[in-house]
Design a protein around this ligand. Structure first.
Ligand code: FES
Length: 101
């Protein structure tokens, strides 16, 4: 059952960056897009690359293994929405980021 987990301090993930987090048995990729936090499944749908370690430009992360690109606000692949990473709810409380996983 999904529950809220504190995964980072807001200051741990500056604007335009991401972070890979293991939480509740899942690998989550957390991104800061202009101050809004977005959390998606951190295991790339292609061959399991670490999306949380990918380069973020705007709201698009590029998988470091083979370059697939995903919109981190929707979880969708940039070329086809048929490929979609799971998206997790996130919120900020008291300077910390929480993700529902
Ligand atoms: S594993 Fe992500 S693009 Fe191949």
């Amino acid at each position: 059952m999904a529950d809220w987990h504190k995964v980072a301090a807001v200051t741990d993930v500056p604007v335009g960056t991401g972070k890979e987090i293991a939480v509740n048995g899942r690998l989550v990729a957390l991104f800061n897009v202009d101050g809004e936090f977005n959390a998606i499944d951190g295991i790339c749908a292609h061959q399991g690359g670490p999306l949380g370690k990918g380069n973020l430009i705007g709201k698009v992360v590029t998988c470091p293994w083979h370059g697939w690109q995903f919109d981190v606000t929707a979880g969708t692949h940039c070329l086809t929405s048929r490929i979609c990473q799971a998206v997790f709810e996130s919120k900020i409380e008291d300077g910390n980021v929480y993700v529902k996983v």
